[in-house]
Write a protein that binds this ligand. Structure first.
Ligand code: SF4
Length: 681
């Protein structure tokens, strides 16, 4: 008689860089994960996961997963490796790092981002390791720092509305966000609001799946969001749709902002934004007269030169109307500030291990240029070693030619902790097999809701995979680091990540998640700044204004004459940045790398739908298929990303065209501030 299968359900958390941070339930049958589902009890997950993560078992047991340590045997970039033992890999890596550190530990650079958002497998043991080593520090700017720092400068905290309260909003501006693709659970909430009579307006250069399901879509030019916000303020002032009492009590610098906004009549903004005066006036009327009105801002719009200023301006809009008084009014860009002070960062990351040293900081967004820099008094030592975890810079960092040339340096020692042979792993000297979320402990904050989560391992590590924390623990031992913190195991790190008096640990343990205690209408009575008011005139930044793109007809007319199309490169629906590109079933849905181009722009260039095109500028060239479609507005093309270079038509992706110039605030890349020309290949 067959034994009954051993079936367990384990509480987990989605680790990906997505505001929804879903609570998951993993069904394990005889030690194998067979199903991953959304937790029906978690208020925002509400039982559903996106298509990408419902395929998590397919990714975990993927036949191409790296299951042993690998050592390079071919030229860099070719991905030619042989399996080696953990001892050989770790001994060799430790010996190399020791030798470099003996000369100058700042020649070693950790490179990581949000491949997992977990506090344990992100920056816990890894941070301790690099702090003890005295390695260069990494400025983690590649996605959100322009908007994050802008929000912090304005509100004193990187936080906003509870996402659940959007159900009660009467008007929702979905600004710079394709929610259906990258914030699915917010979209469910917006649908509920719509059913109760709310109006949804999408503000996005692309006619996304989200835009076409909203009541209205304003397809503004990339980089013009600040001008639109100023014109909305102008209209609010002109019609006196202002909450004077709120402005008086809770806004520091209103007269200066008023003066700035009065310089931006709708006619001026319409010319900058590529919208009609009527569209701007109509939006202002809706926003000024509908209560409660809420803005779901997302990070797409801040990936331009003036991204930080634009976020400051948009963040001030609900201060003019007093929308913050109601729990369903205000704005949500990030909720991550609510977690500050509730997790034990000092214990997790141990910055005290630096022992007074102040290593230099390298900006992850300029990694291409920095890998090619020689030693100098200003820069410090040449980068001799890079340890990459939770990131795929060869595919995702801007200006690929430099990034690829940097990682191809024969004298660079590169270690990559990965699940798969990504474009970056192909350049490694050693690839170390990392566990997936189903195989390790972790603890999670979120940036789109206010629930802490605990992730318990559902299955044993696949093959010889080890968690990131375990890998850095083993390296620390070989480096001779003897602080007792290097002995903390993953479960201890996960269970102690949150402060017991600030997060309900009992709920975390029982349900896998715990709601933070955050006020219902958090800024109804002011902001957590020293004055208690939102700040207009930020020291060092001044009063915000529209900042034009680095590359546009206004600032670089000669360049715009040669490369007249503005390119944005948002994620394709079934990929999450560069994650999931190698999952065949998802790649099959996406088909191949596409460039959306408006029919008028396509006709002017003789481009037919489906034709192979060259997309080019002074930095490089990228080949893909044209999708002639009104999803792209005239003058703007959309290169859906982020494809792995080696899965593209000619071994490149859109970042062949992007540049390394940084945003006005937050030192972030301006991916969507990029002029190109397109021609039939
Ligand atoms: S990627 Fe986002 S929507 Fe998908 S499961 Fe993860 S958190 Fe949820």
């Amino acid at each position: 008689m067959n034994a009954a299968p051993d079936i367990r359900v384990v509480h987990a958390a989605c680790p990906h860089d997505c505001p929804d941070t879903c609570a998951m339930r993993v069904t394990v049958e005889n030690g194998r994960a067979v199903r991953v589902q959304g937790d029906p009890e978690h208020p925002t997950t509400n039982g559903a996961l996106c298509t990408k993560v419902s395929r998590y078992p397919e990714r975990t047991y993927h036949p191409e997963r790296v299951l042993t340590p690998l050592k390079r045997v071919g030229p860099k970039g070719r991905g030619e490796f042989v399996p080696v033992s953990w001892d050989e890999a770790l001994d060799t890596i430790a010996a190399r790092l020791k030798a470099i550190a003996a000369r100058d530990p700042e020649a070693i650079l950790p490179y990581s981002y949000a491949g997992t958002m977990g506090l344990v497998q992100g920056e816990s043991m890894a941070a301790r390791f690099f702090h003890q080593l005295g390695a260069s520090r990494l400025d983690r700017t590649i996605c959100a720092s322009a908007g994050s720092e802008a929000l912090l400068a304005t509100y004193g905290i990187k936080a906003g509305m509870h996402v659940e309260h959007f159900t009660e909003s009467r008007l929702i501006l979905i600004w710079g966000s394709n929610s259906i693709t990258s914030n699915l659970h917010f979209w469910t909430i917006a649908q509920a609001a719509k059913r109760q009579g709310a109006k949804l307006v999408c503000i996005d250069p692309r006619r996304t799946e989200t835009a076409e399901k909203c009541h209205e879509h304003l397809a503004l030019r990339p980089g013009s969001d600040g001008a639109l916000a100023l014109a909305l303020m102008h209209e609010l002032i002109a019609h006196d749709w202002l909450d004077h009492d709120y402005l008086e009590r809770y806004v520091d610098g209103w007269p200066a902002l008023r003066e700035r906004a009065l310089q931006w009549p709708a006619e001026r903004a319409a010319a900058v934004c590529g919208l009609t005066v009527e569209q701007i006036r109509g939006l202002a009327r809706d926003y000024g007269t509908t209560k409660p009105a809420a803005i779901r801002l997302n990070y797409g719009m801040q990936r331009v030169h003036g991204g930080g200023s634009a976020v400051r301006l948009i963040a001030l809009l609900p201060c003019l109307t007093g929308a913050w008084r109601h729990r369903a009014g205000g704005l949500l860009l990030s909720a991550s500030g609510w977690f500050a002070g509730r997790r034990d960062d000092a214990w997790l990351q141990r910055p005290d291990l630096l022992a007074g040293r102040q290593p230099r900081t390298i900006n992850m967004s300029t990694i291409g240029g920095d890998l090619l820099r020689e030693a100098s008094p200003a820069f410090g030592p040449r980068i001799e070693a890079v340890v990459v975890y939770n990131s795929n810079p060869v595919a995702v960092a801007p200006e690929s030619r430099k990034v690829v040339a940097g990682f191809a340096r024969e004298d660079l020692f590169t270690v990559v902790l990965e699940h798969f042979l990504t474009d970056t792993a192909d350049h490694a000297d050693f690839v170390l097999p990392a566990t997936t979320q189903l195989e390790h402990w972790d603890a999670h904050t979120a940036y789109g809701h206010t629930y802490a989560l605990l992730n318990k391992p559902a299955i044993e590590p696949v093959g010889q995979a080890r968690s990131n924390a375990a890998i850095f623990r083993a390296l620390a031992e070989r480096m001779g680091f003897d602080d007792p913190c290097f002995a903390d195991d993953d479960e201890t790190l996960a269970r102690r990540a949150f402060l017991a008096d600030r997060v309900d640990l009992d709920s975390l343990e029982r349900r896998g998640w715990a709601r933070l205690d955050v006020a219902e209408a958090p800024f109804a009575n002011g902001f957590p700044t020293p004055s208690g008011k939102a700040i207009v005139d930020v020291p060092g930044l001044g009063v915000p204004d529209h900042v034009p793109n680095y590359e546009c007809a206004e600032t670089t007319p000669e360049l715009a004459a040669r490369f007249p199309l503005a390119m944005i490169s948002p994620p394709a629906r079934h990929f999450l940045n560069s994650t999931f590109v190698n999952v065949k079933s998802l790649r099959a849905v996406e088909g191949e790398p596409l460039l959306e181009i408006h029919p008028d722009d396509a006709a002017a260039r003789g481009i037919a739908d489906g034709a192979e095109v060259r997309v080019f500028n002074e930095r490089g060239e990228y080949r893909c298929a044209a999708a002639v479609s009104t999803r792209a507005r005239p003058g703007v093309v959309v290169g859906l990303g982020v494809w792995w270079r080696k899965l593209g038509r000619d071994g490149t992706n859109v970042n062949e065209l992007t540049h390394q110039r940084l945003t006005d605030i937050g030192r972030a890349p301006s991916f969507y501030d990029c002029l190109v020309e397109v021609a039939v290949a």
